[in-house]
Design a protein around this ligand. Structure first.
Ligand code: EPZ
Length: 423
């Protein structure tokens, strides 16, 4: 298992190229199951979850170019699928495997997908994915830890999500495109990754209106065809690097990003005193605050402040003057990074879903453990300002969703070394 050795206290300066969005690439890859023709995807980040999805599709006998090391553009072709199954071994390492459920049952009339189970940030059930598929006419049984879905052909319906769910919306959208008749999804997720998926599906011949709003209308078609699609930039990676610039007293230019997707993050950082400016359509310049001040944050569905930026914001709050109240409303257990930051000297109290951070506190390097993807990013940011050396264990979490983060940070002046167990 790899660890990061981080020497803190260095000001970051330079240019960082933002990668494609993992959470847009994953549903796009699953959508390739909807057609026998080739789907070419571009701007795919080279991260562990993408490799897992590629392996899953290869397991289903979908043709995947270099499934072990996908390059940033690759072609998927699901001419035939002989195993319409997502096995436990793959689903347990990546919950997003569940995104294959909708496309498989829609095109092949059968899918068997392992139930993902809980994870470090909460219980994360998929009951709403199942309810919506049942409403589309699928017969579903949950047995032996697997969801089995069968349908001759799905039938269009109206389904109102009782709670907004991102992968739930994506899963049902990719099922509805091949259903008979019209499907209306109400209280759908507005996340840019949903809109990006809809754009790919439309290129494949789907009839979709309203993606990016809370009501999505789909006119089912008999079949879809191949397409080429470039996935959107990763808004969470961009937000993480904005904080990296701000927390280290530095100045970074982020290129290949989509500023419109991170309005809530930019607004919050500005409230803290950070100077952020757009340079053209797809670049952002961040300059550290003269004085970083505390701010309150509540995580919300898009376009609100993303839960996937909460840990990184907490790292920043430890360096801000005053008291920041952070309220996590999406996942029930997403504060595991807080106790690790406290071990580095942060003043944080947790009461239910409220974290109160009092700053600024000097952080001191310590051995810490990453518990999930974004928690790891929060710890890396804290380590960048801590004195001496911080060792972060279990960085495989960060490898799931950040492309070469240590290389990108080192290129702008950070001192991070990846240390393998064997070295
Ligand atoms: C997506 O997860 C993202 N994953 C997550 O990113 C992100 O944190 C999350 O959306 C929220 O923005 C991908 O896109 C692959 P949800 P998802 O369904 O879709 C509850 C990262 O670090 N819920 O929108 O699984 C659920 O428990 C990851 O990149 C149900 O109760 O999240 C949660 O409380 C982590 N029943 C809330 O809804 C359901 O059937 C929102 O979850 C589905 C969800």
């Amino acid at each position: 298992m790899d660890r990061f050795k981080i020497e803190g206290g260095r000001r970051l300066e330079g240019t960082v190229k933002i990668s494609g969005a993992k959470n847009a690439a994953l549903p796009a890859m699953a959508a390739a199951l909807l057609t026998s023709e080739p789907v070419r995807l571009e701007n795919i980040p080279h991260v562990r979850d993408i490799i897992t999805m590629a392996k899953l599709l290869a397991h289903m006998r979908c043709r995947v170019e270099s499934p072990d090391i996908p390059p940033s553009a690759f072609v998927l072709q699901a001419e035939t699928v002989s195993h319409a199954e997502a096995p436990y071994e793959l689903v347990k390492t990546m919950r997003a495997s569940v995104l294959t459920l909708g496309p498989l049952v829609a095109r092949f009339g059968y899918a068997r997908v392992s139930l993902p189970g809980g994870c470090a940030i909460g219980a994360r059930p998929i009951d709403l994915h199942i309810q919506a598929l049942e409403k589309l006419g699928a017969q579903i049984s949950v047995e032996h830890g697997y969801v089995e879905a069968k349908a001759k052909r799905l039938r269009g319906t109206t389904f109102r999500f009782p709670k907004i769910t991102v992968t739930g919306t994506e899963n049902i959208l990719t099922a509805a495109v091949l259903a008979e008749g019209e499907t209306v999804l109400e209280n759908a997720a507005l996340e840019p990754e949903v809109t990006d998926l809809a754009e790919l599906l439309i290129k494949m011949g789907a009839k979709i209106e309203g993606a990016g709003t809370s009501t999505i209308r789909v006119q089912g078609v008999e079949r879809l065809h191949g397409a080429t699609h470039t996935v959107i930039p990763d808004r969470i990676e961009a937000g993480t690097f904005l904080i990296a610039g701000a927390i280290t007293g530095g100045e970074l230019l982020l290129t290949h990003c989509e500023p419109q997707h991170i309005g809530a993050i930019i607004d919050k950082l500005k409230e803290c005193g950070v100077d952020i400016r757009c340079e053209g359509k797809s670049a952002l310049r961040v300059r550290a605050a003269k004085k970083l001040v505390a701010a309150d944050v509540t995580t919300e569905e898009y376009p609100g402040f993303a839960t996937d930026m909460q840990a990184q914001f907490m790292a920043l709050a430890t360096q801000a003057q005053g008291v920041s109240h952070i309220r996590e409303t999406i996942f029930e257990n997403r504060y595991l990074h807080a106790s690790e930051m406290m071990r580095m000297g942060a003043h944080i109290t947790i009461d239910g879903n409220l974290a109160v951070v009092t700053g600024p506190t000097p952080l001191s390097g310590a051995p810490v453990t990453a518990s999930d993807l974004r928690a790891s990013a929060g710890l890396v940011l804290a380590a960048l300002v801590a004195d001496n050396t911080t060792w972060i264990d279990r960085v495989y979490h960060i490898d799931r969703g950040y492309e070469r983060i240590e290389e990108k940070l080192c290129a702008v002046g950070a001192r991070i070394e990846r240390v393998s167990e064997s070295t």
